[in-house]
Design a protein around this ligand. Structure first.
Ligand code: PMV
Length: 329
């Protein structure tokens, strides 16, 4: 094993959900009510170095060089690693996000995937990707999917052992570009954890959401396997709006949308009415990701740059799974 070094570095990329995860059956170990599907992106990633040190009396976390005080989710991952490795050592975690603030992506998916890979390796464990996915899931549900590249499905399962992500096979839809439109990069006032639990506990539509996701999963898989971009876009867009309908129908009602969010939606609808094929999806925040293909990418990008300014626009494509850096200690 590599345990002699007590240190390892990992890189993981963020992902955009196409069929959204929104609600936990079990909050302690992140078991979701439904499955979900995402696309890992090439432009935005987290690089994390973990060092276990017998001198430490507590875990220490640096994000972009700044000491963090809330280690609740990080500890869930590290405690599991210590349990698996039979170790009592604490760790210093040095994490850097290469997610341009202008892109408006949350970094929790890439951050907890990188933490899982680096901490397991530093502790001398050689885990499979499936085991890393379960480990990352303890920190953040969406992180379970960032262990893998390209299209990924999180199989919800019903316990710690059978809830993990898998790479999707038989996908023939490969021509995809994602244009991120940053409306506001401030961190949101309602976290995804708070928001999804409020929806699961209070939205009268929540039970129907579970049926909706079951159907959307089947239809999206069909689109991916038959290279049907129009169906892919329609299902993704509809699923995102159905998720956001759960926030509007919660008690108290809330939304992640801002005025700029609706402006982007209108723009995409207008482009589509002009025969330019593009769709949108939105996670737990105001920023919009536009789904399109190579043929229309520059036209749509130029249009969005004109309307919102170049600093708010970034382009990504399908990206890779986790990378453990053996040589860079
Ligand atoms: O993984 P979390 O707890 O940050 O929640 C992610 C929630 C969404 O991004 C809105 C949906 C998803 O499947 O990623």
């Amino acid at each position: 094993t590599t345990s002699a070094n007590n240190t390892a570095t990992a890189i993981a990329h963020t992902n955009i959900a196409l069929i959204k995860y929104w609600g936990k059956v079990n909050e302690q170990i992140t078991i979701p009510y439904t499955g979900s599907i995402s696309l890992t992106l090439d432009q935005f990633y987290t690089k994390t170095k973990v060092t276990f040190d017998p001198q430490l009396t507590a875990d220490q976390l640096l994000v972009n060089g700044k000491i963090q005080t809330n280690l609740t989710k990080v500890s869930r991952v590290l405690n599991r690693v210590r349990q698996l490795a039979g170790s009592e050592k604490f760790a210093i975690i040095d994490s850097k996000n290469f997610v341009p603030t202008s892109a408006g992506f949350a970094s929790s998916a890439s951050a907890f995937a990188a933490l899982a890979g680096a901490s397991a390796t530093a502790a001398g464990l050689s885990l499979t990707h499936q085991e890393l996915s379960k480990l990352a899931r303890l920190g953040s549900g969406s992180a379970s999917r960032s262990i893998f590249g390209n299209f990924v499905e999180w199989l919800p399962g019903d316990n710690d052992d059978n809830s993990y992500a898998v790479p999707m096979t038989d996908v023939t839809l490969t021509d995809i570009a994602v244009i991120a439109v940053n409306i506001n990069s401030q961190s949101k006032t309602i976290s995804s954890s708070q928001g999804m639990q409020l929806s699961a506990n209070t939205s009268p539509y929540y039970s129907e959401w579970q049926n909706v996701v079951a159907r959307d999963l089947v239809n999206l898989k069909h689109a991916l396997m038959t290279n049907d971009f129009a169906l892919f876009g329609q299902i993704s867009e509809a699923n995102a709006m159905r998720m956001h309908a759960l926030t509007l129908s919660s008690l108290p009602p809330f939304t992640y949308f801002e005025p700029g969010t609706l402006e982007v939606i209108e723009t995409i609808q207008a482009l589509r009415a002009d025969g330019i094929e593009c769709y949108y999806t939105i996670d737990a925040g105001p920023n919009v990701k536009v789904l399109t293909q190579t043929a229309n990418l520059s036209l749509i990008k130029d249009h969005l740059v004109d309307q919102f300014g170049p600093s708010r626009i970034s382009v990504a494509h399908p990206g890779p799974g986790i990378e453990i850096l053996e040589h860079e200690r």
